[in-house]
Each structure stands twice: as structure tokens, then as C-alpha cells.
Design a protein around this ligand. Structure first.
Ligand SMILES: [Zn+2]
Ligand SMILES: [Zn+2]
Length: 329
């Protein structure tokens, strides 16, 4: 069942109350069974509830969705029937802690006033949709500064998030800033960037962090080594007081360390390799957080790639070497 974060900071609560509320929110995230919670990004074609059933059919315990078309500004209206179908699917399957990913058009760092405002409007709608669906985590890429520089870009993102926060006050949705590969002028290639955004916003307790293994690797975190993993964990720890890990994206990388190119690959089949994922899924600091696959779909030798990846991850979590096949995962 979805864990409810029923308490949201009121408009002007004292700082101590805000901290207490943050602790409530974090406690609410604490998982019951301390086991990895694996999921995948699933298509919402034919209805958003379809994603939940598809995830459940593979054997996942959680799911990620787009709540609207990811490459259009305007989404279809989210009807009461769709909301009911989605919530019903969660209840029926036991799929929990669903995550949403924002549209790729949103750029909260844009120096272009019109695009920036449009991004704030779209982001606001995304938060509202998540609230209606009972989705507590909305993952967003921080954005691209398009030449204005890192500082200006980060300030722009923080200002946009403040405005979204003002418009969506009272809604129990965390906006989770995702680590990025750092392509072009994209912000978020370092964990520190995300911390700097959280430092600038009025309500950092409404923000979380989504770590993406492929992006971190592309951005130069050598997750394939103990030292590289430790460096990442330290960077996360340093900003944990401001920005808590909420979600992970588990993707291997087609491209090499530090490539700054974002190309996802099946778990263990790319340049990151199995050991990084073994570290991650067995790390008690991250146990119970939604761990979402965004790896290529399709079928190999009669088995869905999502099922193959899940089997590999479960093997790693159980300390076993991945087996070749099994019918039911
Ligand atoms: Zn991702
Ligand atoms: Zn990616």
C-alpha cells in the first residue's frame, strides 16, 4: 500500500515545526520490510493504470510513469475515472510508492522568460496531477542554463521551484531533483549542484533527490569501483541534511565513465557492470527506496528485458550470482 505523507508544512510555520514535519515525512518513507523495492518506468498507453498492472505482471513492487505526454506541453485532462483506475490498480496489485517523471520539455533553468514561465506552469500541473493520483515523488531534471552559466542557472531553478511550491502549497508531493549526465549545459552533473539548489529554495523539505546510476557514471562518478562508490555516497551524505535521497534510477551505461553522454543499458551489460549495482542494492542507506529501471525494453530469448533485469537485481540483492533464466521472477 502507498505510504501516506499526510502532513505538509503550512504556509508560515516556525522553523522548528518545519524540521519536525520533515522528520515525519522521512519516517513515512521508512520501508516496512527492509528489502529493495524494484520497479521500472512503464508506458501509460491505454490508461495510466496500465503501467501499474504491467509492473506487477513482471514482478515489480513499484513503478514510474509520465502523468502526461512527455513531449507535449499540454496533457489530456486527468479525469476522475483515470484517477480512480490508477488508485484501484495500486490497491489491487500492492504496487507501492509510485513515482512520476516530468515532461522533458520543462526547463526550470531557462534564461528565456517565456519558456521559464511555461516550465513553471507545466511543473505546477505535474505536481497537481501527482497529488490527485496519490504519487508522492515527482522526478525532474534540474534543467539547462543554455549559456548563462552554472550560478545563474541554479538560481533560476531555485526561483522556479519556489514559485511552483507557492502555487502547490499543501500538496503532498516531493519534487526530486535528478542527477544528470551533464550533457551540454545541463545542470545536475554533480551532486553538489543539487545541494546548491536546495540551499537556495525557501522550502528544501519539499525537495528530494533522485540518483541515476547511468547519469552519475557519465558525469564522472566511478561507481564500478569501491572508491568511486564511496565518493558518491560521501557527496550524498554531505547534502543529506538539505536534500534526502528519495528515488534511484538503476541504469547501466552504454558509454564510458565521464562521457557526459546519457545512454542507458541493461543491468550488467554496460560499462558500469554488475558490482556497482551489487553495492547499491545492498547498501542499507538506500534500502527500501524505489529503485526504478529505465533500461531498454524488448524481449530476449522469449523473456522481457524488464524481467531479466529484475532477476539480475534480485540475485545481487540476495548475494547470489545472476542465474541464467527462470520462468517466474
Ligand atoms: Zn533517470
Ligand atoms: Zn538518462
Amino acid at each position: 500500500m502507498a505510504r501516506n505523507r499526510s502532513v505538509t508544512p503550512p504556509a508560515k510555520s516556525p522553523e522548528s515545526a518545519q524540521i519536525a514535519l520533515k522528520e515525519v515525512a522521512l519516517a513515512a518513507r521508512a520501508p516496512e520490510p527492509r528489502a529493495p523495492l524494484f520497479g521500472a518506468h512503464m508506458s501509460v498507453a491505454g490508461g495510466i493504470q496500465k503501467a501499474v498492472y504491467a509492473a506487477h505482471a513482471i514482478g515489480f513492487g513499484t513503478v514510474q510513469v509520465f502523468t502526461k505526454n512527455n513531449n507535449q506541453w499540454r496533457g489530456h485532462e486527468l479525469t476522475d475515472a483515470a484517477i480512480e483506475a490508477f488508485r484501484g490498480a495500486l490497491a489491487e496489485t500492492g504496487v507501492t510508492s509510485p513515482v512520476a517523471h516530468t515532461s522533458y520539455l520543462i526547463n526550470l533553468a531557462s534564461p528565456d522568460e517565456a519558456l521559464w514561465q511555461k516550465s513553471i506552469d507545466a511543473m505546477t500541473v505535474e505536481v497537481e496531477r501527482c497529488a490527485a493520483l496519490g504519487i508522492e515523488d515527482l522526478v525532474v531534471h534540474p534543467g539547462a542554463h543554455l549559456g548563462t552559466g552554472e550560478d545563474a542557472g541554479l538560481a533560476r531553478v531555485a526561483a522556479a521551484l519556489d514559485e511552483v511550491g507557492r502555487r502547490t502549497r499543501g500538496l503532498s508531493v516531493m519534487v526530486d531533483l535528478e542527477t544528470t549526465a551533464g550533457q551540454g549545459t545541463c545542470l545536475g552533473a554533480s551532486i553538489e549542484h543539487l545541494g546548491r539548489i536546495a540551499e537556495r529554495v525557501r522550502e528544501p523539505e519539499r525537495l528530494g533527490l533522485c540518483g541515476d546510476t547511468c547519469h552519475l557514471f557519465a558525469a564522472g562518478y566511478a561507481l564500478d569501483s569501491d572508491a568511486g562508490y564511496a565518493r558518491m555516497a560521501e557527496d550524498l551524505e554531505r547534502i543529506a541534511g538539505l536534500l534526502r535521497e528519495r528515488v534511484w534510477h538503476l541504469n547501466d551505461s552504454k558509454r564510458e565513465l565521464g562521457s557526459r553522454v546519457d545512454r542507458h543499458e541493461a543491468i550488467g551489460r554496460g560499462k558500469i557492470g554488475l558490482e556497482a549495482f551489487r553495492r547499491l542494492v545492498n547498501d542499507p542507506r538506500r534500502l527500501g527506496l524505489p529503485m526504478i529501471l529505465e533500461t531498454p525494453k524488448g524481449v530476449s530469448d522469449g523473456e522481457e528485458w524488464d524481467a531479466i533485469n529484475l532477476r539480475v537485481l534480485r540475485g545481487l540483492a540476495q548475494g547470489k550470482p545472476p542465474r541464467r533464466r527462470s520462468n517466474k521472477v
